[in-house]
Design a protein around this ligand. Sequence first.
Ligand code: NAD
Length: 253
Amino acid sequence: MRDLDPSAAQLLHMVRAARRVVAFTGAGISTECGIPDFRSPGGLWSQNRPIAFSAYLASPQMRAEAWRRKFAMEPAFRNARPGRGHRAIAHLVAIGKVACVITQNIDNLHQMSGVPTDRLVELHGNGSYAHCLACGLRHEIDEIRLIFEATGAVPDCRACGGIVKTATISFGQPMPEAAMLRARAEAEVCDLFLVIGSSLVVYPAAAIPLIARRHGARLVILNREPTDLDAHADLVVNADIGDTLEPLTRLDG
Ligand code: NAD
């Protein structure tokens, strides 16, 4: 077994010593799975500015554009499998070390890695299905694709005629209240809060690590590049997520 570099060893030590850990993940944990993040060079942000919620509601043309982008990204999401970071976190949940995974991701990979849904908080929803914004009825992506390809238009809800949207949170869209409450509550009671692969610029999600800090948790930020919250962290690891988290699978409770 090769020696760990000092920061990975320190992380292992901190996780071993912790009583209740929260993992807070962003798009950086899924880049090794073939899903681009937002803000790295070549990331989704450089290709297309996101469509705000108000714009999505305002025009059928914007909805069609949003779905065109969704279908273009669909093969990457569909083919993605959990990476080393997801597997390490799932292991820490399985041994009772991580009490809760709070994710900003919409890619379903934590679920696929075996994290039970009652241990997972999705702050920005889930992109693997759609729902009606009026009545909440679930719609499948494939069903929308078939209609879109045949008509060039995004179908309205088959039950109530409301606007159908992926079950994700767009800029300007209200945050899911229950998820935010649970995330804040978990941040308040953990003693170690791990930020993994997030630029920490999307609010209100990015405020959650500071809630943990204020309530006395130690804070670790694991990201390839610096973030605005680094000054608040007990440990910052600017390295690859898979490389850094993989050794945590050695922990056994
Ligand atoms: P972000 O793109 O703003 O930041 C990702 C960070 O991860 C970057 O700072 C980057 O340097 C780092 N990173 C990328 N790959 C890494 C690796 N292998 N090792 C270490 N660091 C790595 O992402 P965010 O903070 O999560 O915010 C973006 C928003 O976009 C989120 O709200 C999320 O909902 C959405 N999003 C989700 C996905 C997904 O579900 N996989 C993908 C893109 C965007």
